[in-house]
Design a protein around this ligand. Structure first.
Ligand SMILES: [Zn+2]
Length: 315
């Protein structure tokens, strides 16, 4: 964990004073050194459930590819989606997620999760992506990823895990990004024509002109239905390895799955997560098959509570 502490010092700690709650949320982008600049603009007081996405996102990257072009590409080959376009698609999908839940106003927590996530992503196969991590102000227990390196965890999840468990979850989501699982799923949906169907039922939404309403509709559909089971098993397997490579107890992710397994399926805090993923017991079984006892040498580290990590950061 010393490595993480060293890494943490590299990232500038910008905000030392505590701001009023509302201002905190509004200044999140600046306070986090620009990480969220393109994503967090305060919603209007009378904003609808899905705020104006155009206002949250700001301009598209260099106008390289408009939303409809991106969608067009999705229906063809993933090879045609280079990294800037992948990031642009992810930025638009991140807005879908932020449109349904805002970022939690605890800046110390946001900084910590970013440092943790970035440290893990540096050990991944794609350390150069603009990795961005956020905690959504949502009591539910869930985590989401979008192409290009956008990753969100809910406050409800963060409140229930220790550091190794959070590292396991982040590593699972990072693996989805590395392996472009969401792009593949979007492509399948785009080819199946789901975009058109979903879009036609949402004609009244006021979406930013530069964005592809169809891409956003695909994103909403994807986040409510989930990825392929095999992609989830892959992300579990590779996520455990990645977490271990980053210096964390590889049993962090299995430990969260144990928690999920004991959750009542109809508990609304867990229902979306359970509905969009294979059954926790199935995931544990698959992990056991893959891990055996090969990672046992990396386990047994004393648990670090998030409250310990955050204690020195809130002043
Ligand atoms: Zn997953």
């Amino acid at each position: 964990m010393r490595k993480l502490t060293v890494f943490a010092t590299i990232i500038a700690t910008v905000l030392a004073t505590s701001l009023p709650q509302l201002a905190q949320a509004q200044d999140m982008g600046r306070a986090l050194g620009g990480i969220f600049n393109s994503l967090t603009r305060p919603a209007q007081p009378q904003a609808p459930a899905v705020p104006s996405l155009g206002s949250i996102l700001g301009p598209a990257i260099g106008g390289r590819a408009g939303g409809s072009d991106l969608l067009q590409m999705l229906t063809q080959s993933l090879d045609q989606i280079d990294e800037p376009r992948e990031i642009e698609i992810g930025r638009q999908l991140a807005a879908v997620l932020l449109g349904s839940k805002p970022l939690h106003p605890d800046l110390a927590l946001q900084r910590y999760v970013n440092q943790l996530g970035r440290w893990i992503s540096l050990q991944s196969a794609r350390p150069q992506l603009p990795w961005t991590f956020g905690v959504l102000d949502d009591p539910g227990v869930n985590a989401f990823a979008a192409p290009g390196g956008y990753i969100f965890v809910t406050k409800g999840l963060v409140d229930r895990v220790d550091e190794a468990e959070l590292a396991g979850i982040l590593a699972h989501e990072i693996t989805h990004v590395i392996d472009r699982h969401h792009l593949q799923a979007l492509r399948a949906k785009a080819r199946a024509g789901i975009a058109t169907q979903v879009f036609s039922s949402q004609l009244n939404n006021n979406l930013g002109g530069a964005l592809s309403a169809q891409l956003l509709a695909l994103g909403r559909d994807l986040y409510s239905s989930g990825l392929d089971q095999d992609d989830e098993f892959d992300a579990d397997r590779n996520g455990v390895t990645l977490a271990a490579r980053a210096g964390f107890d590889p049993y962090g992710l299995p430990s969260v799955l144990q928690q999920l397994r004991t959750a009542a399926p109809d508990n609304p805090l867990f229902s979306l997560s359970l509905r969009t993923h294979p059954a926790p017991q199935l995931r544990l079984d698959q992990l056991e098959l893959a891990m055996g006892n090969r990672l046992d040498a990396f386990s047994g580290k004393p648990a670090v509570l998030l409250s310990q990590r955050l204690a020195g950061r809130r002043r």
